[in-house]
Design a protein. Structure first.
Length: 97
């Protein structure tokens, strides 16, 4: 799943910094990506701060900001919950859990 891949990335910041580019096409890429999660380009500073902590924190932050229509927002949050649950299950099965 695409969200799993994003959650595994160590740093999404270089991609998000494209929102500050002088090239409109680069800014538009970030804008479309954020809009896919129901967020706005105007929230880029807050979203970037969350992604600096970790990709998973950034995705969870997007889940809280999500303004998609209710059924799509529910699907997005359900996907986020399954990622978190899988990570917890993996941690519990490890020697640290």
């Amino acid at each position: 799943e695409a969200l799993d891949a994003v959650a595994e990335l160590s740093d999404v910041s270089p991609f998000l910094r494209l929102a500050q580019s002088n090239f409109a096409s680069r800014r538009e890429i970030v804008q479309r990506w954020l809009e896919g999660f129901g967020a706005s380009i105007y929230e880029i500073d807050e979203v970037s701060m969350a992604f600096r902590q970790s990709s998973l924190c950034g995705l969870l932050d997007l889940g809280t900001r999500c303004t998609l229509e209710p059924s799509k927002a529910q699907d997005f949050r359900r996907s986020m919950f399954s990622i978190v649950r899988r990570r917890i299950d993996t941690w519990r099965a490890s020697v640290f859990g």
